[in-house]
Design a binder for this molecule. Sequence first.
Ligand code: IPM
Ligand code: MG
Length: 380
Amino acid sequence: MESQPIATTGGGHPRSGRDHARVAVLPGDGIGPEVTAAAAAVLQRVAAAHGLTLELAERPVGGAAIESEGAPLPEATLRLCRESDAVLFGAAGGPRWDHLRGDARPGAATLRLRRELGLCVNLRPVRAFPALCGRSPLRPEVIREADFVIVRELTGGAYFGEHARSGSGMDESAHDTMVYTRREVARVVGFACRLARSRRGRLTSVDKANALWSGRLWRDVATEVAAQHPDVSVEHALVDSFALRMLQDPARLDVVVAENLFGDILSDEAAAIPGSLGLMASASLNPEGGPALYEPIHGSAPDIAGRGIADPMGAILSAALMLEHSLGLPQAAREVRQAVDRALEAGILTPDLGGTSTTEEMTAAVLRALPAPATLGAGS
Ligand code: IPM
Ligand code: MG
């Protein structure tokens, strides 16, 4: 099954017609370096086969940057990202830095990068892989036809509102404020509508309008924006019941749009459909242009870091999103997705998928499954 398009108009910086592009590689911590190396190898190969020369430049981020340069997001790392066409990101964080607080933490780099680059739209595609349908905790007949995209708002809400901790003893308290402006909601819902129009024309907007004031605003604005897209059929869902429905009948979904925190939670839950968090990719875009950032959603996984058994597919599929969205090579993206399907069908599986293969073996299987360069036309 060839899945529905994930790219759409607006956002990213399609580079078709160019023969050269710059990609910033930020491996970060834990399994980040292992999986970004795999994704970079696939990117290089596929780009070259399509006549695009990629210049990959690496910089530290997260805990690695704290160790080498004293800050989770050094200015030189941010500058490299700004000067690149796209960013390939691994993961930030690990137990070694758990004692740090606030902006000193490795994860602060992730949030700051999103804010600095204006990456307010986060795409997290969800589909069942034919070869793995039997491995999901959900029944194969429930997930087989699943193919949807979660559009998560990425620079607003509780992660970016005012935070504080005060008082002492049993009166000590903490708060995180969830603030949304009309502009922020309209921007991400508008993007989701355009994406839905390029796919099957269905949008599910998720909120908590029955309990949160920000949820009420979300629903009001989503309703207004949807009215400007008569060709898209829109439904509104409350996040709690939607969390169940998403797993009961995922095949009905096309595009799902949610605020930052809900999108974070729902996208990890959705990993039950492919069967492993290791398979989940993401693209973070600024709808006004500029470099986009591509990262697997699994994080640094310190328990398996350095053992060579991390699942590289989330990073490789993030590279496919980059080919489609930032590098103007949608055909190359399709080839990568097909190669991933073939590698999985051949049973080359890392331990998260129940196999015994290594990161390197799985990456080699994907490279082998790509079309031979000689059979490709120039460009795509
Ligand atoms: C993700 C991660 C991050 C997030 C963390 C590391 C801040 O969980 O990308 O989903 O919540 O956005
Ligand atoms: Mg998350």
